[in-house]
Design a protein around this ligand. Sequence first.
Ligand SMILES: *Cc1c(COP(=O)(O)O)cnc(C)c1O
Length: 805
Amino acid sequence: MNITKSEFKEKYLKLLQTVRGKNINDATKLDKYLALCSLVKEYIYTNWVKTNEEYIKEGKKQVHYFSMEFLMGKLLVSNLINLGIKDICERGLSELGINLSEIEEVEVDMGLGNGGLGRLAACFLDSMASIDVPGHGCGIRYNYGLFKQRIVDGYQVECPDNWLENENIWEIKRKDESVEVKFYGNVIMKYENNRLSFVHENYESVIATPYDIPIVGYHNSRVNTLRLWSASAEDEFDYELFSSGEYVKAFENKHKADAICNLLYPNDNCEQGRILRLKQEYFFVCAGIKSIVRNYKKTGNSIYDFSKYVSIHINDTHPALAVPELMRVLVDEENLDWDEAWEITKNTISYTNHTIMSEALEKWNVELFQSLLPRIYMIVEEINRRFCKELIENHHLDQNKIRNMSIISDNLVKMANLAIVGSYSVNGVAQLHTEILKKKELNDFYSIYPYKFNNKTNGITHRRWLLKCNPLLSELITETIGSEWIYDPMRLIDLLKYKDDKSLQERIYNIKRKNKDNLARIIKDKYSIDIDTDSIFDVHIKRIHEYKRQTLNIFHVMYLYNILLENPNLDITPRTFIFSGKAAPGYYMAKKIIKLINSVAYKINNDKRIKDKIKVVFMENYGVSLAENIIPASNVSEQISTTTKEASGTGNMKFMMNGAITIATLDGANIEIAKAIGEENIVLFGLKAKEFYELSNSGKYNSKDIYNNDIRINKVISSLIDGSLVDDRNEFYSIYDSVLYGNDPYFVLKDFEAYSKAHQQIDVLYKNQSKWSEMSLVNIAHSGIFSSDNTIYEYAKGIWNVDHS
Ligand SMILES: *Cc1c(COP(=O)(O)O)cnc(C)c1O
């Protein structure tokens, strides 16, 4: 993209007038932001049209990434970077007296996701566009994204995230491409022209309207599409009811339809089985497939070749209704035979499994499912009937196995089983996770469909998680090894040549220092807490979950506090423990953990006796933008989940890419990070997967033994209920109870000793600044393999069979 600085300034000032009706002197930040977006959109739209023309002309296979969540963050600066005009704009604006980062603040994070799964979808969109994969997102345009978190008196308080309040400048509403989605009603069978047909009657009609957001590739003029669907009623209000004075009732249809896209369910790794959720799932899957089939038919290609030109990828089981819905379209609307339709469906859909935790597996009550989606239920039953027949006749399986694998059993529709049976590829998201799927959780399926299973380790876009969020480090890298790494992140490995370069080590250290200053300022402004920028910034940011073990971290902080009280002159490097993360509003334990962290923080930060050697900060409202501020300022990355529980993790990769040293259990992608950088450049601790299974299965673990025998642990756990943290001794009883009387389901006490040793190791390592910077550099150098560009290459070659650059 070419534009000179003076052209930019002229254009920008003009746009302030034509778009916002302001001149620069009376323009607000919002005006300045929107004018800049207009300028950027002009370029993007031109490329968008060209990209779409090419896709039609070249007839290339298209990938559609179906996901309930897209956690995009802010788009302005990322778009400027990918267009290649960030520097020019920044300098032009600065000459006009405008600071780019100040107007970036105006943009509201697009928070249409809970955590890792939604952020993965966003990274994948960026990578698909950047490496020339014709790939698009399909999801829901929630009116309210994930709640905003405020901390009041140490407790989480949820506030609505009304992100559309201003307007979403990036989207285009395409009312003329709306489609109808049908719920409830009944299905009647007709026999006509020698063919059975199915007619859906008395249904509730909902209109799905697409909003398209351009997804800009890095320096390649490509613009893909994120299509988000919004729901509305066919008849906004009932005229008769309105006329007869039933004003509220007259709008019932409208409210029912609006509810579908009103809010994102705020649970991470946990399903609720609510009917509105099932409605959301069918809503966007049905609309997405309708628009794909409609566009496909315009190409003139035969419906029998559908899977040659279209790939539908489902991000977890939330969009698994794509299987019966595509069957419905092919059989009921395109009049294909069942077997023909089944071949096409199976060859079109691929599925990513994100978790093995039972509470996250989607299962729907049969009556609920059948009443909401009567025709879809019939199709699922038929898929299942044929599948079970195959299990008996071809695989000779016993009743237990069949029951376990059946799509419908125990009066439940099992979405993972549906996704596996109806797709050609099932992938896990890290090596360990995929092995567990194959050998344990999905072993029955693996035995009959070994060819479907494969691994695709998650990744992150290095453009947002290094180039955008850490400009100082990015410049230093470019100065050292050239700018090729931006196109080809594997080139980061060239940094290894400078591993022993003392001046480079020093510059890395100084950049980290500057980023820490920046974060310290944010913390001071917001929370009035002074933190020492010479201290180790030790960071634990992610959704609050028992399996992610924020408890292990905070118990260890409590332990450090205790030993500092005993010996205030203890020689440890000062530490700042930074936490951030949201708890699902209905997750009682997670909310207690937040309160515990805040109570410990309050106690420690105000205790003069420990001479500021440790501080604890809980930063509220964790999200993409906050992560972009925290991660470049981190020295230590806490990745301490109970082993086997974190399928991959992606936060771990972001920290490594920004030169933090990881303290980690051997779980998820931590294992692959350790392999890449060598065990001398990461601090590993805790149970290994094999030991975890052995201990769990033996039934021999007894957390009370540890509590009784380890005085340090005893003191920490006792202080949960002895009134020393908060007046109300019941406040943390549930945490105490889970660890002691619930026998510590996440092995927090079991891993405590090893964790404490690992922290001592960190302390020793950090004292040798040059060594630490060298480790930092090795981490950065090896982070290229965790770029989502690599992950997408693997998906493109190994699953989708599509072109890429
Ligand atoms: C990367 C990211 C996550 C995932 O973090 P994990 O540590 O892998 O759980 C969650 N939320 C946000 C905002 C992220 O950027």
